[in-house]
Design a protein around this ligand. Structure first.
Ligand SMILES: Cc1cc2nc3c(=O)[nH]c(=O)nc-3n(C[C@H](O)[C@H](O)[C@H](O)COP(=O)(O)OP(=O)(O)OC[C@H]3O[C@@H](n4cnc5c(N)ncnc54)[C@H](O)[C@@H]3O)c2cc1C
Length: 385
């Protein structure tokens, strides 16, 4: 057991922290307002290696592992959840799925441009009629010679408006049980039949783009089948398991941001003749937030370390994501409380953190879905829990 980050990750954390404070924090409110991120940010993130967090160095990535990715995600989301979500989709979902299921040839073709930020990645699982029950998807892929013909839709796809490449899941066997009938496809932007809907007008995570996709007789070469035929849902489950570490880290950053802003404000604002920080009721709020942020980070790092050691983190990732996301929402609400009326205004960042944090309880498996996974493990007597 070692609770210290290795030296190289301490340097990485400092670098990510500095970048987020200098280049993200001053702009995050504006990006939230306009609902978009500038192209220049993608370039800067790529230069730092943050577009290829998990991609091997031999393919142009930073090869930081899940612990390194968690460190970066926390530092970025500390100032802007939307930027962190934009990063999570290509790194953990799109590149993550390629690393899980793609052939060596596919990895060589798609991972280097993703890692260099030459294109963005997106991952399409959710559909209008299938969210938590993702295996109930209706999108179909039917073989026609050397191609697959996809018809259907995807909903709420992060970066879907800007991606150069998508991983899209579809049902390839209409007779098999739902989880055994799904395959994943690599779809390049501009493929005929791929239609990108209007950007969603969201509560939070507004800096990241979210769109619906529609496929009308979209032809994808057989060479773009990603992973084994009909086995795609099992790869999806692995991607989601790892994705939850990313969302857990993102949540930890938002919770930490809420705490740090509350501490700063409580020291400066005076009521009843002393700083808010001098009132015990406020101190207790801050103390609880600090405990919960720390606990969330430990859970996230535990799941990340298991992944980096090549072990399953299925339950640990769900535990981390559930705790960290609910912690983040509560910490943001408490931070707003510490800020009083000023916390309700857009002049201070905590109202944005709160809107961003709520998504973390929904995306990549809602809190209810995480409790279902954890309860199943508890009832089965799983040692990890
Ligand atoms: C901003 C944003 C970005 C996203 N990005 C992506 C992306 O890039 N790619 C992608 O594929 N998807 C993405 N999603 C989709 C996201 O993963 C889904 O929204 C999520 O899985 C929940 O699905 P749903 O919205 O259809 O809710 P539903 O599944 O309809 O659930 C509605 C409510 O019912 C609860 N519920 C459902 N089933 C049960 C049950 N058995 N027991 C108890 N409660 C239950 C849920 O917890 C939830 O509270 C994104 C969503 C958002 C909002």
């Amino acid at each position: 057991m070692d609770y210290q980050l290795p030296e190289e990750l301490i340097s990485l954390k400092e670098m990510a922290s500095r970048f987020a404070a200098e280049s993200i924090a001053p702009n995050a409110r504006e990006w939230d307002r306009v609902g978009a991120l500038p192209d220049s940010l993608l370039k800067q993130l790529a230069e730092l290696g943050f577009m290829g967090l998990l991609v091997p160095e031999s393919l142009g990535g930073a090869e930081l592992g899940y612990l390194g990715a968690a460190v970066v995600m926390e530092e970025i989301s500390r100032h802007c959840g939307g930027t962190a979500l934009m990063l999570a989709a290509p790194n953990v979902l799109c590149s993550g799925h390629l690393l899980q299921g793609a052939s060596d040839e596919q990895k060589r073709k798609y991972l280097p441009p993703l890692a260099k930020g030459e294109m963005l990645g997106a991952w399409g699982l959710t559909e209008a009629s299938s969210g938590s029950d993702a295996a109930a998807m209706n999108t179909t892929a039917v073989k026609d010679g050397d191609e697959w013909v996809l018809n259907g839709d995807k909903m709420f796809i992060t970066n879907g408006d800007q991606a150069g490449v998508y991983i899209i899941t579809a049902r390839t066997d209409l007779k098999a049980p739902k989880a055994k009938s799904i395959s994943a496809f690599i779809v390049e932007a501009g493929t005929r039949g791929l239609m990108i809907g209007n950007k969603e007008d969201k509560l939070g995570m507004r800096a990241s783009g979210t769109v619906p996709l529609t496929f009308e007789d979209m032809r994808v070469p057989n060479a773009n089948l990603c992973g084994q035929l009909h086995n795609g849902f099992y790869d999806v489950l692995k991607v989601l398991e790892r994705g939850r570490i990313g969302i857990g880290a993102l949540s930890t950053g938002l919770g930490r941001g809420a705490l740090e802003e509350a501490v700063r404000y409580a020291k400066q604002r005076e009521q009843f003749g002393k700083p808010l920080a001098g009132h015990q009721a406020i101190q207790f709020l801050l103390a609880d937030m600090a405990v919960h942020v720390d606990a969330a980070r430990l859970l996230v790092h535990k799941a990340a370390l298991l992944q980096d050691q090549g072990e399953s983190s299925n339950i640990e990732a769900s535990v981390a994501k559930l705790f960290a996301s609910e912690m983040a929402t509560k910490a943001c609400m408490d931070s707003i409380q510490v800020h009083g009326g000023y916390g309700y205004m857009k002049d201070v960042p905590v109202e944005r953190y709160m809107r961003d944090a709520k998504l973390c309880e929904i995306g990549e498996g809602s809190s209810q879905v995480q409790r279902m996974i954890i309860a199943r493990a508890v009832l089965a007597g799983a040692a990890a829990v």
